[in-house]
Design a protein around this ligand. Structure first.
Ligand code: C5P
Length: 233
């Protein structure tokens, strides 16, 4: 079934507490169907809130970027599925991805792999002992993710088109670092508009501050959905 423009927008609830998150979700109302909850909110008591969000019918993307011994990753993934999450991120190390696929079992949870953090460059990889550059590592990990049964990839808009060529239509591509035309880039360096990201091959886009920090959050979300819609035509 085709995913609507509205359902392709994931709003990042990067907020310091549950009260702020509840207020934001209430304000956005029907305009937003999918939310990403990450470390900041989870560590501020937001895990129960995230579960209740999923129970209320919203889709939940748990951005926990798991990476640990296989046993821990498998059990943590199982818990994320039980919590009602739709998406969960894991780092794209083969052993970690394998464990997550095992933990997900027959649940509806979709696993997204973070190939290489977009804040990393070749020098960071070299400093960490890798003899491979970002571009090649992203490619290799994307191929491994596909083989291991991972459902999708987190990719910057700049990487999306190339990754689409690597994995074809077999995987979801979820793209953060998206900025509607005319909004502040903040600390995101390689930004694209929602329309450009969709055209580059993204299935879902993640938007945080341009919506969360807007005076009229609902209008900001509506504008992003309209941009996605125009790109899908
Ligand atoms: O506020 P902004 O739109 O920049 O938020 C982007 C969200 O996507 C944040 O929650 C951030 O953690 C996440 N993210 C990202 N870049 C990545 C991976 C995730 O900005 N490469």
């Amino acid at each position: 079934m085709a995913v609507s423009a509205r359902d392709r927008l994931i709003v990042a609830l990067d907020l310091p507490g549950v009260a702020a998150a509840e207020k934001t979700v209430a304000e956005l109302g029907e305009e937003v169907t999918f939310y990403k909850v990450g470390y900041e909110l989870v560590l501020a008591g937001g895990l129960d809130f995230a579960a209740s969000l999923a129970r209320s019918g919203k889709k939940l993307f748990l951005d926990l970027k798991l990476h640990d011994i296989a046993n821990t990753v498998a059990h943590a993934t199982e818990r994320a599925a039980a919590l009602g999450a739709t998406f969960l991120t894991v780092h794209a190390f083969p052993a970690t991805m394998k464990a997550a696929v095992e933990g997900r079992a027959k649940s509806k949870l979709k696993l997204l792999a973070v190939t290489v953090l977009t804040s990393w460059n070749d020098a960071d990889l070299q400093e960490s002992g890798y003899e491979i550059g970002v571009r090649d590592l992203v490619r290799r990990r994307a191929e491994q993710a596909a083989v291991l049964g991972i459902d999708g990839l987190i990719a910057s808009a700049a990487e999306a088109a190339e990754l689409r060529r690597v994995v074809g239509r077999s995987m979801l591509i979820v793209t953060p670092g998206v900025r509607p035309a005319g909004s502040e880039a903040g600390d995101q360096k390689r930004v694209m508009t929602p329309a450009a990201a969709i055209q580059a091959g993204a299935d879902y886009i993640v938007v945080g501050r341009p919506i969360i920090g807007a005076k009229d959050r609902k209008a900001a979300a509506r504008a992003v959905v309209a941009e996605i819609e125009s790109a899908l035509k």
